[in-house]
Design a protein around this ligand. Structure first.
Ligand code: SAM
Length: 381
């Protein structure tokens, strides 16, 4: 397993901390915090609120939580929760309670916070979703501080804050980062949250996705090429849909009779919940054949060994594009396969998955390709 990156020192108004990224990417060059985090901390210090009055939202490597020691972290990401655990430990800080994005931000039984400290996420639909829930569940007057790096922020960030939260103050940019402060003006009507969906031809049903899920409204082209190979694969008792997103690969394998039992796994809480919703919707009679694992790949998976793992690995996490993310995921696969187990994976042609798989698998075949993707079948023995 790739270790967290070597810790680097971060000086803030709340003290000096050593922070690592998890998983480590591109050596140790990237930092586990950004100038957007500095803006947020400086504003919390100016408002003079204590950590117990703060809810942190989206904290990629736990930097804000280590510094602020807030009441809770509300996040979609199991990787962020692992980064926070590690960084809290090395700094001898209290481990902030984690509330998943699929639960109410107040479900950690915390008092309603006075200040929300939020890193603007990549997907605007997820940002809007989070703001709508915050406005619905927190008292009118609660302050929402939101920040991001200029290169990642949309020109609509302030407008979205204004629409979902209330009057918004725009602060001058500093070190290529920007801060906004908004006050919850009114409680929005409880209308239920929109879910993206598309019709998936092989399953003959539509698949829904919660806001932070990959390829919410159309089948990804890499996933399509991988699915086209399913009829050529021998069927398996247990199949793992690794990095499952909305569950499209596993559910298609089940529909085609390739899988008798399925495990869906993703680091995103919304992905795992979407796969769960889709499995129940598409195969209501078979729900006992499906299980779900929210975590860093198969690192903590202790269920049945699989005969087949299906995977369209990630190549970016939030704003970071990095081939290492896929490699990180593959490191756990070998130990979770039965002796005759296989991994079937699709990857962008420019990423060298063939060589990478050859290090850990006995035999690797390229079974399909097109102008953009390769599909590999790797045999454990
Ligand atoms: C390219 S998408 C594939 C989604 C889905 N299988 C599909 O074909 O539409 C990659 C997925 O990997 C997930 N992911 C990224 N890093 C992960 C990790 N360390 N462990 C588990 N899932 C991860 C992302 O949340 C995302 O859902």
């Amino acid at each position: 397993m790739k270790p967290p990156s070597a810790p680097q020192t971060w000086q803030t108004v709340f003290g000096t901390f050593k922070l690592s990224r998890y998983p480590a990417q591109n050596g140790d060059k990237q930092l586990a915090w950004s100038a957007a985090d500095d803006l947020l901390l400086d504003e919390v210090a100016r408002l003079d609120v204590s950590g117990s009055q703060v809810l942190v939202v989206n904290d990629p490597h736990g930097a804000l939580c280590v510094a602020l020691q807030p009441a809770a972290l509300w996040t979609d990401s199991a990787l962020s929760a692992l980064a926070l655990k590690h960084n809290a430990h090395i700094n001898h800080r209290i481990e902030t309670p984690v509330v998943w994005s699929t639960d109410s931000p107040l479900s950690a039984k915390i008092e309603a916070p006075n200040v929300i400290v939020l890193r603007v996420p990549k997907h605007l639909s997820f940002f809007e979703h989070q703001l709508t829930i915050l406005a619905r569940e927190l008292p009118v007057g609660t302050t929402v501080l939101a920040a991001g790096m200029d290169k990642h922020l949309s020109s609509h960030t302030a407008t979205i804050l204004e629409r979902c939260i209330g009057p918004t103050q725009r602060f001058p940019g500093r070190r290529k980062a920007r801060l906004f402060s908004a006050q919850i003006a009114a409680r929005p009507a409880d209308e239920g949250l929109p879910r993206a969906a598309y019709y998936c031809e092989p399953i003959k049903d539509s698949l829904q996705s919660l806001p932070n899920v990959f390829s919410k409204d159309k089948l990804d082209r890499g996933s399509r090429l991988l699915m086209e190979q399913f009829p050529t694969l021998a069927s398996a008792r247990t199949v793992i849909d690794l990095a499952c997103g909305n569950g499209v690969l596993g559910l298609t394998a089940f529909k085609l009779g390739l899988a008798r039992a399925l495990v869906f796994c993703d680091e995103s809480a919304m992905a795992v919940r979407s796969a769960q919703l889709n499995a129940t919707q598409c195969f209501p009679e078979d729900v006992h054949k499906f299980s779900f694992h929210h975590g860093d790949g198969l690192r903590m998976y202790s269920g049945e060994l699989a005969e087949l793992i299906l995977c369209n690995p990630p190549f970016h996490l939030d704003h970071t594009v990095d081939a290492c993310l896929g490699s990180h995921l593959l490191q756990h696969c070998g130990q979770r396969l039965s002796p005759d187990g296989r991994l079937c994976l699709v990857g962008n042609r420019h990423l060298n998955y063939g060589d990478e798989l050859a290090h850990t698998f006995n035999r690797v075949e390229k079974i399909a390709s097109n102008s953009k993707f390769n599909v590999f079948l790797a045999h454990k023995y």
